[in-house]
Design a binder for this molecule. Structure first.
Ligand SMILES: [Zn+2]
Length: 72
C-alpha cells in the first residue's frame, strides 16, 4: 500500500492531524463484496477545524483482490 502524507489541511491550512478509527460508525456499511469489519476505516481529521481530510482503509487488499495486469 502506498503511503500518503498529508501536511496541510486544504480547508483551514492547519498542520496537526489526528488519525482515528471510524469503523464503529461505519459498521453497517457494506463495502464491495466484503463488509466494513474486513476493511477497518480510518479518518485523518484536522485538529484545527475538524474536517475529515482523508478517509481510508488500512487493508484495501481485503476488499478486492488486486487486479491482474493484462498482458499487452
Ligand atoms: Zn483544518
Amino acid at each position: 500500500m502506498k503511503e500518503v502524507k498529508i501536511e496541510k489541511c486544504p480547508y483551514c491550512g492547519g498542520e496537526e492531524f489526528i488519525e482515528s478509527n471510524v469503523s464503529s460508525m461505519m459498521s453497517s456499511v457494506s463495502v464491495g463484496t466484503g463488509t466494513a469489519h474486513l476493511a477497518v476505516l480510518f479518518a485523518t481529521v484536522c485538529r484545527d477545524c475538524g474536517s475529515v481530510v482523508r478517509l481510508f482503509c488500512k487493508t484495501p487488499e481485503n476488499l478486492y483482490p488486486k487486479k491482474e495486469r493484462r498482458a499487452e
